[in-house]
Design a protein around this ligand. Sequence first.
Ligand SMILES: [Zn+2]
Length: 534
Amino acid sequence: MQNRLAHVAALLVALNVALSQGSAQRPAKPDARLERLKTELGQEIDRMHDFSAQMVDMVFSFGELGFNEVETSKYLTGILEKQGFAIERGVAGIPTAWLARWGSGRPVLAMGSDIDGIPQASQKPGVAFAAPIVAGAPGHGEGHNSGMPLNVTAAIALKKLMEREKLPGTLLLWPGVAEEQLGTKAYYVRAGLFKDVDVAMFTHVGRNMETAWGLQGSYNALLSAEFAFRGTAAHSAGAPWRGRSALDAVELMNVGWNYRREHLRTEQRSHYVIKDGGDQPNVVPTTARVWYYFRETDYPKVMELFETGKQMAQGAALMTSTTLESVKILGSAWVPHFNKPVAEAMYGNIKRVGLPTWSAEDQQLAKAVQKLLNRPERGLDTAVAALGAPIPEETRRGGGSDDIGDVSWNVPTIQLNYPSNIPDLPGHHWSDAIAMATPIAHKGVTAGAKVQAMTALDLLLTPTLVTSARDYFTEQCKQTAYTPFIGATDQPAIWLHQDIMSKYREQMRPFYFDTTKYKTYMEQLGVKYPTVSR
Ligand SMILES: [Zn+2]
């Protein structure tokens, strides 16, 4: 603990030095055009509100799972192509991944956001009780339908301004494919997608307009791996002694893990699902597979958990006379570390833009959903949150993960959370989809696009901000070296969830948003906004 505190103290000193150097380089006067152009950007993005809302609704209606974002990627790249962006498809060996590029010269700004949905989260928007569009189907129960529409809006508005003002700079747009499986960003890094990037500007749906700098202590690092066992089939009643069950191995591995759980650090999170548990009871299962997420606060601790998991698997194989056939890495994530100078610039724009003006209907829906979930009925946030800063290492309690972490250790990175969802929801749940194609999501995206575009403009017109971002990043990396969880031969798990999507896609297709007939997706579904009781 002493060592760790000393390490944290050294890091903070180094970062302060880096920051003060950065401040010293800043010009006394910002670019004279900045204020006027920011005002213009805000007005332009307001004029684009219906277009942005339509994109949010369209992606919502696709409800595609990770690695299966076929319609989503086709739709978004189609819009960007029409706007003059050059599209590179299938990047990093991932069919639904792409890179859109416009402009020339520096700085190179890479705007990204996740695009995948959640299994069994199909839900009619604007309805404050369970009302699936297609029962059992996936849906946007995380809100990943909104982030790329925000970036596309910001990029189009910026492009127009950059053309007129003849501002040098390159805009890149990239989707977080399969974020829920933590499945792609380490591969993007390995494929060199960010190698010329000056600042990566990530957006993620939130409950307020927020940004933060430093190591994100409420996140965990993660490794996702699947363990496959092979046994011997036999008649489960006629000759069970001749069989060896691969499912037994999976179950014993899980039992072993759950006993070990008591003796792990409280910061860890680990969970599993059985992807193959055999075919039918009277056949001793020849194959079985279990999929684990191992989460801890940093790379070495995650690797320790993973080693323990592998020991459990080997022990389970020994106990059952089966073989552990493979251990496959399916995803990974570092804990994000966000860039202080850019976070501070972004926070200035957050204060400038503020939160959307919520209508009585918006608040009514939010409170009804909170009531449904037995949470305090506090409605939507109406005051901007403070700028997030690192928390002391010893107060970390563990949490979720996002593979934007891997990007943040390879290029100066910033994350904007924008207010498109209702506070205090469980996450990864159908109720998280309720607001995501309503005016709440639409207004949050418009406000977020302004902050994103204005921060990009800060970077375009303030070269010293780009330099400060680089200086801060250099200091960040002096303290911790990035080691990817994925090896040189690991491949993206692009087959994941094909089974679920092929089961539901044709049932979902008739519910894709038809913009030729309807102005909003709620209108198409016949939802009166808000519907708070049956
Ligand atoms: Zn997410």
